[in-house]
Design a protein around this ligand. Sequence first.
Ligand code: FAD
Length: 330
Amino acid sequence: MELNEVWVLAEQKNGIIQTVSYELLNRARSLADKLNVSLAAVLMGYDIPADEVQELIYRGADKVYLIEHEVLKDFLVEPYSSVLCYMIDTYNPQIVIAGATSTGRTVLPHVAMRKRAGLTADCTILDIEEGTGNLLQTRPAIGGNILATIKTPEARPQMATVRPHSMKPAPRDTGRTGEIIKPVLPDGCLVSRVKKLDFIEDESQGISLQQADVVVAGGRGVGKAENFKYIEELAKVLGGAVGASRDVVDRGWITYPHQVGLSGKTVTPKLYMAIGISGAIQHIAGMQTSETIVAINKDPDAQIFKLADFGIVGDAMDILPVLIEKLKQC
Ligand code: FAD
């Protein structure tokens, strides 16, 4: 069967499309254009509002394969994997990408194993090799010290998970039109031995780092654990979340979920404040797509200033209390 289409596994929660789906569509649009094939989103769920499905078309999908069933309401690996395998057998896409989220990271290895296909996890760059049409899948390797580009010339479909926030969501174009296809599934696809009993939100971390519009992050230059209260206060005044470099997480000044960077979280806030952070490549990997970056550092030659839109050279402990007071008066 002829290979066609580039696929994006769209994610929804309670019927609402998750932003990572639009990021994937942005990335996959250029792949589909280079291969001169259609771009399709595969969306599984139950009772998904029509305007949410339509949004995938506005964000770049030429087609949406919509598979709705009670069993698919929330993510469960067994039926999601079975449906995706059936869809691949039926429509033969050449590329399937998903977010490197808990859903994508769980379901794509299942599918890759069942289809005997390759899978590159946690990619930050995807491209098409000229001449062969192979998917070039680039991801950090060897502790983040190199970027490795991987291709799977024999395997079809070519599959990859992509780091959330490593690309901006596709722009919205309400003039776009597309097709919504509702495949009929064979018996057996929708069986799950696992049942979701309840969902308990983790509220222990305050504002979610990856959803926040403002992230105030502290590094070793903050000096000591007690000084982190200034980072927390500034974040509070700005209505943002608290981030940190790995160095301070390793020192136990703040917990691991706050770590930004290669081995932590990737963030794309409107404002990222890097305070007492040198700007090591592994830290930058997690925040370089922020819209505006402000750095406070006492070393005028610190690497972070090369990336920053605004910089203050000085001692963070002199600057932070004044800045917090001024902002409180605004
Ligand atoms: P430093 O590099 O020590 O920088 C401290 C900065 O504070 C300096 O620029 C200094 O000028 C400034 N400063 C000092 N005193 C003051 C003051 N009073 N006022 C203002 N500025 C001051 N790092 C991450 O952050 N995230 C990751 O996910 C991550 N993953 C990694 C993965 C691997 C495999 C490896 C090898 C490393 C990783 N790292 C990561 C570590 C990274 O290489 C750096 O060591 C780390 O980011 C440094 O943290 P820092 O900027 O807080 O500290």
